[in-house]
Design a protein around this ligand. Structure first.
Ligand code: SAH
Length: 343
């Protein structure tokens, strides 16, 4: 049994053949799945009835349920999407001029344990399979056509590399949903082996790296992943990636008041980023999270000072706003509130 939403378009013909089914049906199957966007084989009305029944058995379409939709005053929507075993993830839909961006989760919870992030505050429950990640995308599609994906929801994509990559390849496939690779951004906290693997794929996905601290002492305190892959190794992997792919890396730097917001930190960050041939920086003010009331959002002046230091060092930098705050949908705020259970 193979899940329909985990099969890449080119794989249909050989899979059908293997099962004694007619390969020429592949085109009709793809049209049903990704032009008509069926969620039940019974709705594939261009296919004969007995084939629909066989497909339902051999290639089931993943069931999901949207358990909850919350909307923020800025138009950002957060969906709670549940899968067959009852586990669920949050995914965020962000409308912006001409864009409709989905922030996609790859795991239930997260095992990376970054101090300032709610998703990791209670560990990882399990990774999503490729078809579940595609199901999350399908759930979002019912709210409008998705123009961009950022893999910045719950979970660490490089800790669930194969399934995440399969889902993104499917969403990107020309005979699938056909979302352009340059409109898909993968964000990692720095799981170093993922960089070479991604470079070898030869697909033009965008890559973001969550840095958040410019030296090992501070970074290891904030992000346990740094104890496994310290900054020198991470920066070397980033430099290799940009050289090999000729693609830019974006460093995400979440500014936390009094923690990583000093002028010295900004200078150190500039020096680090310059070791990567093609890099830019996104500065994001911390979104407050319940479990760390001691972590505060920096004021505007601090953000501008940080920006100024980077600019003076000729580092290409953007100040980002956080969206979806009042729906607990902002960066780092995604965490399941178990139904019926109190936090
Ligand atoms: N595991 C991946 C993707 C998920 S996190 C990664 O670490 O990149 C998406 C982004 O939100 C990361 O840059 C993460 O560090 C950031 N983030 C987490 N908690 C945050 C918070 N409280 N405020 C602002 N950004 C936060």
């Amino acid at each position: 049994m193979t899940k329909a939403w985990s099969v890449l378009p080119d794989e249909w013909k050989p899979l059908l053949k293997e099962r004694g089914l007619r390969p020429f049906r592949a085109d009709q199957i793809l049209q049903s799945l990704y032009r008509d966007y069926i969620s039940d084989w019974n709705d594939a009305t261009t296919l004969p009835k007995d084939l629909r029944a066989t497909l339902a058995e051999e290639f089931p379409i993943t069931r999901y349920e949207i358990l909850d939709v919350s909307e923020s005053s800025d138009g950002t929507k957060k969906l709670l999407v549940a899968f067959a075993d009852g586990e669920a993830v949050e995914t965020v839909l962000i409308p912006a001029a001409g864009r409709f961006t989905q922030c996609l989760s790859t795991q239930v919870g997260c095992g990376m344990g970054c101090a300032f992030c709610a998703s990791g505050s209670r560990g990882v429950v399990r990774s999503l399979s490729a078809d579940e990640i595609v199901a999350e995308y399908m759930a979002a599609r019912s709210f409008g056509e998705i123009t961009n994906i950022v893999v910045m929801g719950m979970g660490e994509p490089f800790a669930n590399y194969d399934e995440t990559m399969r889902a993104l390849k499917l969403i990107n496939a020309g005979r699938g949903p056909n979302l352009g690779a340059r409109h898909i951004t993968i964000s990692t906290c720095g799981v170093v082996p993922g960089f070479a693997k991604l470079a070898a794929e030869g697909i033009q996905f965008e890559l973001s790296v969550s840095l958040h601290a410019p030296n090992d002492k501070l970074r290891s305190e904030l992000m346990p992943v740094n104890r496994r892959w310290p900054i020198d190794e991470l920066i070397a992997a980033c430099a290799d990636y940009t050289r090999q792919t000729k693609r830019i890396i974006t460093f995400e730097y979440t500014v936390i008041a009094g923690v990583n917001d000093s002028r010295a930190c900004a200078e150190e960050l500039a020096a680090l980023v310059k070791r990567v041939p093609m890099a830019k920086v996104n500065l994001i003010p911390l979104s407050p999270v319940e479990h760390r009331p001691d972590f505060k959002t920096p004021d505007e002046r601090t953000m501008l000072m940080f920006l100024d230091v980077l600019m003076k060092n000729r580092v290409q930098t953007m100040l980002r706003r956080s969206r979806g705050k009042d729906a607990d949908a902002a960066c780092g705020q995604l965490r399941l509130r178990r139904l019926g259970k109190k936090d």
